[in-house]
Design a protein around this ligand. Structure first.
Ligand SMILES: [Zn+2]
Length: 183
């Protein structure tokens, strides 16, 4: 397999641009299919990642992935996990939901503040206030249009990735930032 692209780190200008739409007749083409495959592999290897947007591997296109692990976080709620359960979760091969050319259809007025991090800003975390629910229309990797409503953590990941394709990073919105890079 071709050499995997590295995750682009902040500051980099590809993280700050408005990404371009994928022409819908190109979704099944080699370029986009290879991009999705690369994104799956990169996200699969990123231990703490639950989402990845194309600009994060240097492609200024409106494509992102959300891991099924985000759904798991919502189902598990605030239940404490044993070390064994955490280990199992980290090793599991999650499915990834692919969003191409996403459009926000509905967003809740109710908001939740919750900690967030980003694979492009390692070691930095912050509390971000975001709408609790969102409904998005997008194309999947087969070129099929779908609409999906999400809430809680899954909705948060979708919004974080939507921000990425619009050149916005969570550090722009975070109320408190915690930098763990220097101890
Ligand atoms: Zn991110």
């Amino acid at each position: 397999m071709a050499h995997l692209p590295p995750i682009v780190k902040n500051p980099h200008k590809v993280l700050r641009g408005i990404a371009k739409e994928v022409p819908s007749d190109e979704i099944l083409g080699a370029r986009i299919q290879e991009l999705i495959l690369n994104m799956r592999t990169v996200l699969g290897e990123a231990k703490d990642g639950v989402g990845l947007a194309a600009p994060q591997i240097g492609e200024a296109l409106r494509v992102f992935l959300v891991s099924e692990e985000a759904e798991h976080v919502d189902t598990a709620g605030n239940k404490a996990e044993s070390d064994e359960e955490i280990e199992k979760r980290k090793k599991k091969e999650w499915n990834y939901f692919v969003y191409i050319n996403p459009i926000v259809k509905k967003i809740s007025r109710q908001r939740i503040a919750y900690p967030e991090g980003c694979l492009s800003i390692p070691g930095v975390f912050g509390i971000v206030n975001r709408p609790e629910k969102i409904t998005v229309e997008a194309f999947d990797e087969h070129g099929k249009k779908f609409t999906r409503g999400a809430s809680k953590f899954f909705a948060r990941v979708i919004q974080h990735e939507l921000d990425h394709i619009n050149g916005v990073l969570f550090i722009d919105k975070a109320e408190e930032l915690l930098d763990q890079r220097h101890g």
